[in-house]
Design a protein around this ligand. Structure first.
Ligand code: NDP
Ligand code: OXD
Length: 308
């Protein structure tokens, strides 16, 4: 039951070390050294190779090395082969850190102070208490829920919006498109943790920005195509949005000269909010393989009809 890894090579070497330690009986190969392709049963990839079905005739299961799967062309994975996304604690931990940083940064006017410092300006800004800054999270999956649990400790009033109903203690939860305006009207800092699907593409648009309280902040850690760039820049210019922290863009990386690079009210990071952690990811993959071999339900199984 050989495993083939095809993603970041530096981290691949760490995967190989953890596999050797924890499952010495499971052969582990690093792309492009696939060896005998007929032996490959499990594939871990950010983007799967072309001709997957013919190249690996005995493939049983494919893992996305990330939590998201929109980068995957699922049509390349035959329908009888389950596709499992990464649900390992390392991704959630690093995402929680990032979103906490971003929310606190917007809450405490970090972008403003960075600009003041550049201009050698020493001017205080009145501090608003956390209890008066409402934070709303779109997408209440593994990451959205983990983020909300941490934000709770900081005293922000919390809201969540999701496709299907959720009950989370201390969070006002809203369900479905019809409740989006009500959710947005009470959200001072909006965090997007949605998967990219046909329904969510372009969801961060002029209509949405207009429904937020004036001067709201935005954190986009979902995917770049969630955001309509022109609408977003117009919302920053008009003051509808006061600032934004963007970890994802379209395309990635952004081309030289793109307005996001130098905009004084945008903090930009290179799709670095969270990262699959080889140590914990290997445990997750070994657990899923064991469950798969026992014919049990698989955590992180992608529903291809929904696209996530
Ligand atoms: P999950 O699948 O666990 O959660 C997604 C949530 O979004 C689900 O609760 C789902 O609702 C909800 N959702 C899906 N479609 C809609 C919709 N149309 N309207 C409202 N809610 C919707 O995903 P994760 O939490 O693991 O990850 C979320 C996303 O974060 C990833 O898809 C990826 O794009 C992004 N990500 C970004 C990273 C970064 O470094 N920037 C790192 C990792 C992930 P339901 O419960 O009904 O299914
Ligand atoms: C992911 C990502 O989906 O890193 O895991 O974006």
């Amino acid at each position: 039951m050989t495993v083939l890894y095809k993603a970041n090579m530096v981290r691949g070497a760490q995967w190989a070390r953890f596999f050797a330690e924890r499952a010495p009986d499971v052969p582990f190969r690093l792309w492009p050294d696939i060896g005998n392709a007929a032996e490959i049963r499990y594939l871990v990839a950010w983007v799967p190779p072309d001709e997957i079905a013919t190249t690996f005739p005995n493939l049983e299961l494919v893992f996305s090395v990330g939590a998201g799967v929109d980068q995957f062309d699922a049509t390349k994975v035959p329908p009888h082969i389950p596709l499992v996304r990464m649900m390992e604690p390392g991704i959630a931990e690093t995402m929680v850190e990032y979103v906490t940083m971003a929310v606190l940064g917007l809450h405490r006017d970090l972008l403003h102070f960075i600009n003041q410092q550049k201009q050698q300006v020493w001017r205080e800004i009145r501090i608003k208490p956390a209890r008066r800054r409402r934070v709303g999270v779109m997408g209440l999956g593994q990451l959205g829920q983990a983020v909300l649990e941490r934000l709770k400790l900081l005293g922000f009033p919390l809201l969540g919006w999701n496709r299907s109903p959720r009950m989370i203690e201390g969070v006002s939860c809203y369900t479905g498109v019809e409740t989006l305006p009500e959710f947005l009207a009470q959200t001072d800092i909006l965090v997007c943790l949605l998967p990219l699907t046909e329904e969510t593409r372009g969801i961060l648009n002029a209509d949405l920005f207009a429904r937020l309280p004036r001067g709201a902040g935005l954190v986009n850690v979902g995917r770049g195509p969630h955001l309509i760039e022109a609408d977003f820049l117009a919302a920053l210019d008009s003051g509808a949005l006061s600032g934004a922290v963007l970890d994802v863009t379209d395309p990635e990386p952004l081309p030289a000269g793109h307005p996001f690079w130098t905009h004084p009210r945008i903090l930009l990071t290179p799709h670095n909010a969270s990262m699959t952690t080889p140590d914990t990811a290997v445990d997750f993959v070994l657990d899923v393989i064991a469950r798969h071999r026992r014919g049990e339900e698989l955590p992180g199984l992608v529903d291809r009809s929904r696209g996530y």
